[in-house]
Design a protein around this ligand. Structure first.
Ligand SMILES: Nc1ncnc2c1ncn2[C@@H]1O[C@H](COP(=O)(O)OP(=O)(O)OP(=O)(O)O)[C@@H](O)[C@H]1O
Length: 612
C-alpha cells in the first residue's frame, strides 16, 4: 500500500522534502503494523524524535505514519484511509508540530491559529488535545487548545483571544466561534485536518463542515473570488478516516486539492471508481442534493468499502433469542471477569435510555451465590466497576466517566456510539455489541476500540436468530465472524449451588441458569421503582431505535418480527408490552401537562437515529 502521488504539486518552499522517506517508500508496502524506518528517517526534527522515543515510548513509526508523515511535510493535501488503532493521530500531528516549531519568525500567540483539527466527539477532542500537549512539550512557544460543545463559551473566547496555535475542535462549537468570536485569529491558518472524517459526517455535521470550509475560504469548489483572501500562505488540508463512503468522498472533493492518497484501493483506476459511484456529488447534505460539478478532484472509492480490521482481532457473534438477551449478557460478562479478573470491556447499546438502564443493572444487580434460592446472603452479580457514556449526559459526567474508565484496570463501559469514534482507551480487551450497529462502518468503529496498535482483542456481536442475515451484510465488506461457544460458557455455571456433572442438551431459553438469572433480574426490576422506570424508558427507546434502521438493514431488523413480550423480558419487565407502552405514554402526557403549567414548552422530541 504505497503512497500514491496524484498530479504532484511542487512542495512549498518552507516545507522540506523528505528524500530518505522517498527512497525507502517500498519498505512500507508490507503487512506489518510498524515500519522498519525510524522517525528521524522521515525527516522529523531530532528534538521531536527524541521526545517521541524517550518520553512517549514510541520506538519507531507505524507503517501508516511512515507513509503519511513525509507527504504531510511536503505540503500536499492528503487523504488517509487506515485501520483503527494504527496511529493516524500522530501521522498528522507530528508533521504539523515539526513544521510549526521550525517556523521563522517564531510562532507567537498573537499569530493566532495555524492548525485546526476537526473531530466528531468531545471525548476525541480531549484525547487529541492531550496528545498535542505531549507533542509540543519541548516547544513551549506552540500552544495547543480545544473548543467543543458543552464547555463554557466565554472561557473559550478568552483562550482564543490569547491565541491558540493548534486548535482541536468539534464542528458545531468551531462554527459558532468562527461566526461570533471576533478575536479568534485564523488569518495564518495553514492546516485543516478532518480526523475521523466518516464519523464527522455520519453524526450529521455535514452542513457545519461546509459552512466552516466556506468561512475559512477553503472549499476547493468555490469560485476563485470566494477563496481565502486572508491567507497568503498555502493551505494544506488532511483528511483521515478508518472507512470511506460517498459522503467522505464528497468531503474530500470539496476540501482537498490533488491529494496524495494513502490506503485506498489502488487497483481501481479513477475512471472505474467514478463509474462505481455513478454521479459525482459535492454536497455533504444528502444523497438527493443537487450536484455541483467538480472541476478539481476525482477522489472516489467503490460504493462498497472493504474494511481493514486489525489482523489479531478475534470476531465472533452469539445467537440469542430476544427474551434471554440480558440474562445472556450478564452471564457472558460474569464468565469473562471470572476467567480474567483484570480486564476492560466496552458494551455498545443503541440508545441513551438503554445505556442508563443497563448501567444500573450491571452495577447494582445482586444475587445469592450459585443462584441458590434459599440463601439470604446477597452479593453483586458483577464485582467490577461499571461506567456509562452517552450524549445526553452532562459534560462533567461524560468527562468523569471517560477518564474513570480510562484509568481503571478492570471495568465495564456501557455506552452508545458516542464512544465508538476514535477513542483510544488503553487495555480494552473486549467489545460487546449488545445492540447491532447500523451501517457496517459503525461495526468497524466499535470493534476498533480494542486490538489497538498490535494488542490482542475480542469482539462479540449479539444477534437474534431472525437477524443473522446481518452477517452477510458484514461479509460484503470483507468482515467475517465465527460463532461464540455460549453453550460451553453456560455449562460452566452452577445451578442451586452445584455444577451438574452431565447435562442433556437443553435449549438456551430453558436452561436452569438462564431461567434463574432471568428470575433474579425480573424480581430486581419489579422491586426497584427507579430501575423499573429506567427499564420502561429503555424498552420504548430501544423499540424506536430498532425501527429506525435504514435502507437494506430494515429488511434484517424488522420490528414486526419482534415479539414485544420477549423484548420486555430482555429489559427485566414482566408486564405486557402494551401496558409498558401505555404507561410510558401516560407519563409523557403528564410531563407535558406539568411543563405547560410551569409555562415551558414541551421538551424537544428526539429525532431518530437517537442521540448518540
Ligand atoms: N509509533 C507508535 N508506536 C507505538 N504506539 C503508537 C505509535 N503511534 C501511535 N501509537 C499508539 O497507538 C494507539 C492508537 O493510535 P491512534 O489513536 O492515533 O490510532 P487511530 O488510527 O487514529 O485509531 P482510530 O481510527 O480508532 O481513531 C495510541 O495509544 C497511540 O498512543
Amino acid at each position: 500500500m504505497a503512497a500514491k502521488r496524484k498530479l504532484g504539486r511542487p512542495p512549498p518552499a518552507a516545507a522540506p522534502a523528505a528524500p530518505k522517506a522517498k527512497a525507502k517508500a517500498n519498505e512500507d508496502d508490507g503487512e506489518g503494523l510498524f515500519s522498519s524506518r525510524s522517525f528521524a528517517d522521515l525527516g522529523l526534527h531530532p528534538t521531536l524524535c527524541a521526545h517521541l522515543q524517550d518520553k512517549m515510548g514510541f520506538q519507531g513509526p507505524t507503517r501508516i505514519q511512515a507513509q503519511a508523515i513525509p507527504v504531510a511535510m511536503s505540503g500536499q493535501h492528503l487523504l488517509v484511509k487506515a485501520a483503527t488503532g494504527t496511529g493516524k493521530t500522530l501521522a498528522y500531528l507530528a508533521p504539523i508540530v515539526h513544521l510549526l516549531q521550525m517556523r521563522e519568525p517564531r510562532v507567537e500567540r498573537t499569530h493566532g491559529t495555524f492548525a485546526l483539527v476537526i473531530v466528531p466527539t468531545r471525548e476525541l477532542c480531549l484525547q487529541v488535545y492531550g496528545i498535542t500537549q505531549q507533542l509540543v512539550h519541548r516547544f513551549h512557544w506552540l500552544v495547543p487548545g480545544y473548543v467543543m460543545g458543552g464547555e463554557s463559551r466565554s472561557k473559550e473566547k478568552a483562550r482564543l483571544r490569547k491565541g491558540i496555535s493548534i486548535l482541536i475542535a468539534t464542528p458545531g462549537r468551531l462554527l459558532d466561534h468562527l461566526q461570533h468570536t471576533s478575536s479568534f485569529v485564523y488569518s495564518n491558518l495553514r492546516w485543516i485536518v478532518f480526523d475521523e472524517a466518516d464519523s464527522i459526517l455520519e453524526l450529521g455535521f455535514g452542513k457545519a463542515v461546509e459552512d466552516i470550509l466556506g468561512l475559512l475560504g477553503s472549499r476547493t469548489d468555490a469560485s476563485d473570488e470566494n477563496k481565502s483572501k486572508t491567507d497568503p500562505m498555502q493551505r494544506q488540508n488532511l483528511l483521515l478516516s478508518a472507512t470511506l463512503n460517498e459522503k467522505v468522498n464528497r468531503l474530500a472533493n470539496i476540501s482537498l486539492k490533488n491529494p496524495v492518497m494513502i490506503g485506498l484501493d489502488e487497483q481501481k483506476k479513477p475512471s472505474e471508481r467514478s463509474r462505481a459511484l455513478g454521479k459525482k456529488h459535492t454536497s455533504l447534505l444528502s444523497d438527493d442534493e443537487e450536484d455541483i460539478p467538480d472541476k478539481h478532484n476525482n477522489i472516489v472509492e467503490p460504493a462498497v468499502d472493504d474494511f481493514k480490521l486489525p489482523a489479531q482481532l478475534v470476531q465472533r457473534y452469539v445467537k440469542v433469542s430476544c427474551g434471554s438477551r440480558l440474562a445472556v449478557l450478564l452471564t457472558i460478562l460474569k464468565s469473562q471477569f471470572e476467567r480474567q479478573v483484570s480486564q476492560k470491556v466496552v458494551v455498545f447499546m443503541s440508545t441513551c435510555d438503554a445505556v442508563d438502564f443497563h448501567h444500573t443493572v450491571l452495577s447494582q444487580l445482586e444475587w445469592s451465590r450459585g443462584l441458590a434460592l434459599d440463601t439470604d446472603k446477597k452479593q453483586k452479580f458483577l464485582g467490577c466497576k461499571v461506567f456509562r457514556l452517552h450524549g445526553n449526559m452532562d459534560q462533567e459526567d461524560r468527562k468523569k466517566s471517560y477518564l474513570g474508565f480510562s484509568s481503571e484496570k478492570s471495568a465495564i463501559l456501557v455506552c452508545t456510539d458516542v464512544a465508538a469514534r476514535g477513542l483510544d482507551i488503553p487495555k480494552v480487551r473486549c467489545i460487546i455489541q449488545y445492540d447491532s450497529p447500523g451501517e457496517a462502518s459503525e461495526y468497524v468503529h466499535r470493534v476498533g476500540r480494542t486490538a489497538r496498535i498490535g494488542e490482542k482483542g475480542e469482539a462479540l456481536l449479539f444477534l437474534q436468530p431472525v437477524e443473522l442475515d446481518y452477517l452477510k451484510d458484514l461479509e460484503l465488506h470483507g468482515v467475517s465472524l465465527t460463532e461464540y461457544p455460549f453453550q460451553k460458557v453456560l455449562d460452566g455455571f452452577p445451578v442451586n449451588g452445584e455444577k451438574p456433572l452431565k447435562r442433556k442438551p437443553i435449549s438456551l431459553d430453558m436452561h436452569p441458569w438462564i431461567l434463574s438469572v432471568q428470575r433474579t433480574l425480573e424480581n430486581y426490576v419489579a422491586s426497584e421503582a427507579t430501575t423499573n422506570k429506567l427499564a420502561r424508558d429503555a424498552f420504548c427507546s430501544w423499540l424506536r431505535a430498532y425501527t429506525a434502521h435504514r435502507g437494506e438493514l430494515k429488511k434484517i431488523f424488522m420490528v414486526k418480527k419482534l415479539h414485544l413480550g420477549h423484548v420486555a423480558r430482555s429489559f427485566g419487565l414482566k408486564e405486557q408490552p402494551s401496558l409498558v407502552g401505555r404507561s410510558h405514554q401516560v407519563q409523557l402526557k403528564k410531563r407535558k401537562k406539568e411543563q405547560k403549567r410551569e409555562g415551558q414548552g414541551p421538551t424537544k422530541r428526539r429525532k431518530f437515529p437517537t442521540k448518540k
